[in-house]
Design a protein around this ligand. Structure first.
Ligand SMILES: Cc1cc2nc3c(=O)[nH]c(=O)nc-3n(C[C@H](O)[C@H](O)[C@H](O)COP(=O)(O)O)c2cc1C
Ligand SMILES: [Mn+2]
Length: 489
């Protein structure tokens, strides 16, 4: 049963999204916080983090007393996958999300204040040593120590007031330099190129511990010119308070945990080797390469900063949760294209956030399943880096991988109920992209649409399913639950 969300709980959740310290308190109150003392930054924290992802709701890990580092510096993992913030991951939750009031929260611009806890400690000039902050090597194949995983990178358009926040990974290069990996075309890249075109270094601020809502705002794709601080403020119903960096004037959150401020010179003047870094599909598909660096001019931090550590994990882990808003946007797009009778949209575990969408439909006419499959494979939220779209009938519980496999095993004739389409949208991190295709700049993949539905024209003769009806099963469960332990979980 989906837990009914009370207003009180919603308010507490909003506060936790608005304030990382408040989140830690709530996680502790909910019994989700686990303190880990003495784990090493080199591989050990990474391994523990990965193993925590064996759980659908990984424990919120607070790494303390990291050997070799000042004990004031701590690493916090699994914030935005906590049960407290995520709630139930069910088809009902997707439906509820889709039917929420549609008016978008109005953006609320940030409010500049004179000071805040982030200003409690300011380190500048020769005193800066970036190796004093625990930056894990998360996996053996990683090319360096990553301090920024679920971080925010703040830049400002030189030609307007636009301040951009983006989540781009950050590696420690040496005692005074960081590197930031920004993919071409992302706003942080667009902005830095404007400075570089004038031969100037790009001012930049990096927060590696911040309110969870800022991490959300920095990783969703807002429009060019749209300020993610305002989006975040709108979501929490009050302005994000910012202070100004002494060297760049850039605004960063007054309650941020740890901030690096500096300048990124043009990449043709200076670069350093970045990566490789394990990517979300579970591979190192892109190698190391030269990337621009940041010369850090100031470090600002609270007295006992929390550094958020959240690298990608292989998609087979349950902790690699399906995101309700993602499913909702895919469902919206399929319906928006006019496909009727859609009863559910899910992602098969193992395929991460993209590879294997599953769509269930109540078949209404010949060709209906094909329409659903083609749209799911081609609409914007479904097109990128998809491998396989599976269309099933509405009696299939698409949240159960075994049931989806059962539908494929029994209702799918591979020869006649499959389409394979070539030349589709994918990305460089797609592991099956061959060296030849990469060299040719052909960043496309092929994909398969599986129609694991009772064939429309003889569906009435299709063998009947041998199983207890869902409604009757629920009734029996209710009746016998208190007496039979095996019905209780
Ligand atoms: C945890 C996490 C890590 C990410 N790492 C990177 C990265 O290293 N480089 C990158 O270009 N995008 C990365 N992204 C995606 C960007 O944050 C996302 O595209 C965002 O929209 C960028 O902001 P922008 O639209 O203002 O450029 C990451 C996203 C998340 C959630
Ligand atoms: Mn942006």
């Amino acid at each position: 049963m989906a837990e009914l969300e009370t207003d009180d709980r919603r308010a507490r959740r909003t506060e936790a999204m608005a304030d990382l310290r408040q989140f830690v308190k709530e996680a502790e109150a909910e019994g989700e916080l686990v303190r880990v003392k003495g784990a090493k930054a080199d591989l050990e924290i990474g391994a523990l983090f990965e193993l925590s992802n064996e759980h659908l709701y990984p424990p919120v890990l607070l790494f303390e007393d990291i050997p070799g580092f000042d004990p004031r510096f701590r690493i916090l993992s699994n914030v935005r996958t906590s049960r407290f913030l995520v709630g139930d991951i069910t088809l009902d939750a997707v439906k509820a999300y889709r039917s929420r009031p549609k008016q978008k929260s109005e953006p609320i611009p940030p409010q500049e204040v004179n000071t805040g806890p982030v200003m409690d400690n300011v380190v500048e000039g020769d005193a800066i040593d970036l190796n004093t902050y625990p930056a894990p090597r998360w996996h053996e194949g990683d090319g360096g120590n990553y301090i920024g995983t679920e971080c925010t990178i703040i830049t400002k358009d030189p030609d307007s007031d636009w301040v951009n926040l983006g989540t781009y990974r950050v590696m420690v290069q040496d005692d005074k330099r960081l590197s930031v990996f920004i993919e071409p075309g992302k706003h942080g890249d667009v902005i830095r190129r404007k400075y570089w075109a004038k031969g100037e270094p790009c001012p930049i601020a990096v927060t590696v511990g911040q309110a969870p809502i800022l991490g959300v705002a920095a990783s969703v794709s807002a429009k060019e010119g749209e300020d993610e601080y305002s989006i975040a403020g709108g979501r929490i119903g009050r302005p994000i308070k910012t202070v100004q960096g002494k060297h760049t004037g850039l605004p960063f959150p007054a309650d941020a945990e740890l901030v690096f401020e500096g300048f990124m010179p043009p990449v043709d003047q200076e670069s350093a080797t970045e990566g490789p870094f394990g990517e979300w599909p579970g591979y190192y598909a892109s190698a190391d390469r030269p990337e621009p660096v940041v010369h850090v001019k100031a470090v600002y931090h609270r007295d006992d900063p929390l550094i958020i550590g959240q690298p990608p994990v292989k998609p087979n882990y349950p902790g690699r949760q399906i995101k309700i808003p993602r499913l909702a946007s895919l469902w919206d797009a399929i319906e928006g294209a006019g496909v009727p009778g859609v009863t559910g949209v899910w992602l098969l575990q193992g395929g991460g956030s993209r590879f294997i969408p599953v769509v269930s439909i109540k078949q209404m006419h010949a060709g209906h399943a094909k329409m659903a499959g083609l749209v799911a494979a081609g609409c914007r939220p479904g097109a990128y880096m998809t491998r396989m779209v599976i269309v099933v009938d509405d009696d299939i519980d698409i949240t159960s991988p075994a049931e989806v496999m059962w539908a494929m095993a029994t209702r799918w004739d591979p020869k006649t109920q499959t389409d394979i389409i070539d030349g589709c949208w994918t990305g460089h991190i797609d592991p099956i992209l061959s060296p030849d295709k990469r060299d040719a700049g052909d960043i496309t993949n092929s994909r398969m649409i599986i129609y694991a539905v009772r064939p429309w024209h003889w569906k009435d003769e299709f063998p009947k399913v041998n199983a207890v009806a869902r409604g009757y099963a629920d009734e029996i469960r209710r009746k016998w639950r208190s007496k039979l332990k095996f019905l209780q979980d």
